[in-house]
Write a protein that binds this ligand. Structure first.
Ligand code: CDP
Ligand code: MG
Length: 142
């Protein structure tokens, strides 16, 4: 069954002019883009999105980073999208990520790692709604 996941091209991706390259990897891996926009998060919004990490030592730096430049949230659709996209992006720390993954190819550090991907069906649903209304998502390509 088709599934949707939320990707975010993070500020480092935008700053390094890698939007096109990362989107190309998504398309080549068989994901359909069903929603896409550019947003500049403020620190409240970034903190709310990553609220699950609010007790972690890296939270403050994560919020500063995510609000430091624009981001590009993208809704991707494919069979098994959530798990397959996590595989395509690779481990949180690019040094641990498999060859050919987006983070291995393009990320500089585990803090600034180019891309977000939802980790489960419940988080995907919440995260997609966090950035997109139903009117902003394509139902079929025709
Ligand atoms: O993004 P992913 O699901 O792979 O990792 P996470 O454990 O959910 O952490 C969310 C984000 O916090 C990461 O993608 C990093 O940007 C950041 N992070 C960090 O700055 N330092 C860490 N030790 C772990 C995560
Ligand atoms: Mg995560």
């Amino acid at each position: 069954m088709k599934q949707r996941t939320l990707a975010i091209l993070k500020p480092d991706c935008v700053r390094k002019n890698l939007i096109g390259k990362v989107v190309k990897k998504m398309e080549e891996a068989g994901f359909k883009i069903v929603g896409m926009k550019m947003v500049k998060l403020d620190s409240n919004t970034a903190g709310e999105f990553y609220a699950v990490h609010k007790e972690r030592p890296f939270f403050y730096d994560l919020v500063s980073f995510m609000s430091s430049a624009p981001c590009v949230p993208i809704v991707l659709e494919k069979e098994n999208a959530i798990e397959d996209f996590r595989k395509l992006i690779g481990a949180t720390d690019p040094a641990q990520a498999e060859d050919g993954t987006i983070r291995k190819l393009y990320a500089d550090s585990k803090e600034q790692n180019i891309v977000h991907g939802s980790d489960a069906p419940e988080t995907a649903e919440y995260e997609i709604k966090y950035f997109f209304s139903s009117k902003e998502l394509v139902e079929n390509y025709g």
